[in-house]
Design a protein around this ligand. Structure first.
Ligand SMILES: [Zn+2]
Length: 437
């Protein structure tokens, strides 16, 4: 069993039972955190323990990206500065029709490489050709929560349900639990009630949670009120959708009573501040949701609407836009932003042994260099991680005890090859769209 001792590091455990930060040692044995000591130099390494010098590192739990469409990295800067509906209908859906399995594989690996280099250890995906995504996740060593995107507007769409069930049987729990599968109905406006009932039957049969986009834009809510007489959360609540574990992305435009429904049914919300801002969708009340006792995690969404997969930036945005929108600088403090990006996300995704640095938990952790000018001096490491750190500060990434990034270099993936192949895929897609016109 591999053993690593990270010694003399600034440890930020994101664990309510410990101090917010302390200088100490952390021992990884096999896939788990064996020991954390709140004093440096106490753990004596034996001869087969590899030492990782923690002197200039802040060590924190790996970031949990709770919502995304990873292979959309191939559309980075393809369609910007447009409202959601126009962006989807005129730019994204036509180019998505051209995606091949190969594109998904390389686009996903590109996103994974970016996420690992930015300190993310778990990613969530809702897209197509999901076997390719699972394959990329397995190869990379990253933790994944995957779902095949489901749309219920044509008869063809029955196929998606069957494919989801097969995908669950094939992949859920693989790699000693590193690969997780959920069920991914896209949104209430693309999945009518009759279809959602079938989706719920699949959740009943498989016991897997549901992922859905919810109340992302004002238009979505207005259309729902006009068509059904209910907001999207009310609509789902009424049909019993929330009786299953639900991961709801966005929740930007909630009506007052929606807050109570989400809280009552313990729906997990993934806040995507970067994507919501860029698409002009609005600002979700993360602070309001937390205050009502709703669980809130963080996500990047796809790289076509963000345009990066940088969870450190997402933490900062979550904190800053809450303060700005409410004119209250005390809302979403650094510790709250950090929790959203780690332990809350893990809990919402149903991953029980990650999200905090805790003895016995899976060793999913990140080390950031803290001797760079923008991080000196360090009065408060938690504030540093949210308000001053950058993705490029990430030097060390470990998932399930395996090193994925060391001294800033990817250890499981060939970065140059991935970049070259992704460029080729993006070029083919661009040429394909030209022919379509
Ligand atoms: Zn999304």
């Amino acid at each position: 069993m591999k053993k690593y001792l990270i010694n003399n590091a600034m440890i930020v455990p994101v664990d309510d039972e410990r101090s917010p930060y302390f200088k100490g040692d952390l021992l990884v044995e096999g896939e788990r955190i064996e020991k954390i000591v709140e004093r440096p130099g106490v753990i004596e390494p034996d001869s087969d323990t590899e030492i990782i010098v923690g002197e200039n590192l802040i060590v924190m739990p790996g970031l949990v990206n709770g919502h995304g469409h990873t292979a959309m990295t191939l559309f980075r800067s393809y369609a910007d500065d447009m409202p959601l509906q126009e962006w989807l209908e005129e730019k994204i859906w036509p180019i998505e029709e051209l995606l091949s399995a190969d594109d998904i594989y390389w686009g996903t690996l590109l996103g994974i490489a970016e996420m690992i280099k930015g300190g993310t250890t778990t990613f969530t995906d809702m897209y197509f050709f999901m076997d390719q995504v699972a394959k990329a996740a397995v190869e990379s060593g990253m933790k994944a929560v995957l779902s095949r995107g489901l749309v219920g507007l044509t008869d063809e769409d029955e196929k998606g349900l069957q494919e989801t069930e097969e995908f669950i049987n094939r992949w859920h729990g693989e790699e000693r639990g590193r690969i997780n599968v959920t069920i991914g109905p896209h949104a209430p406006y693309t999945c009518p009630p009759e279809y959602l009932k079938k989706v719920m039957a699949l959740a009943e049969k498989t016991g897997r949670p549901l992922q859905i986009h919810l109340s992302e834009t004002r238009k979505e809510v207005e259309d729902s009120l006009r068509q059904w007489g209910f907001s999207p959360p009310e609509q789902l609540y009424n049909m019993g959708f929330f009786d299953y574990p639900v991961i709801a992305a966005h929740c930007v435009h909630l009506m007052e009573r929606d807050f109570y429904l989400l809280q009552e049914k313990n729906v997990g919300v993934i806040h995507n501040p970067g994507s919501n801002l860029k698409l002009g969708s609005g600002i979700a009340s993360a602070a309001g949701m937390l205050k009502e006792g709703i669980r809130v995690g963080l996500g990047t969404d796809g790289a076509a609407s963000n345009n990066n997969l940088d969870m450190i930036e997402e933490m900062r945005l979550a904190a800053l836009i809450s303060k700005g929108a409410s004119e209250d600088p005390t809302l979403i403090d650094a510790a709250a932003a950090m929790k959203m990006a780690t332990v809350n996300g893990a809990e919402i995704l149903g991953l029980s042994e990650t999200g905090s640095l805790r003895e016995g938990y899976k060793a999913d952790l990140v080390g950031l260099r803290c001797d760079r000018p923008h991080l000196i001096p360090m009065h408060d490491p938690v504030a540093h991680l949210v308000y001053a750190a950058q993705a490029a500060d990430v030097e060390l990434v470990i998932v399930d005890g395996q090193i994925l990034l060391e001294k800033g270099e990817l250890k499981t993936l060939d970065e140059e090859k991935i970049k070259a192949e992704a460029e080729k895929c993006a070029f083919r897609l661009r040429e394909g769209i030209k022919k379509k016109r």
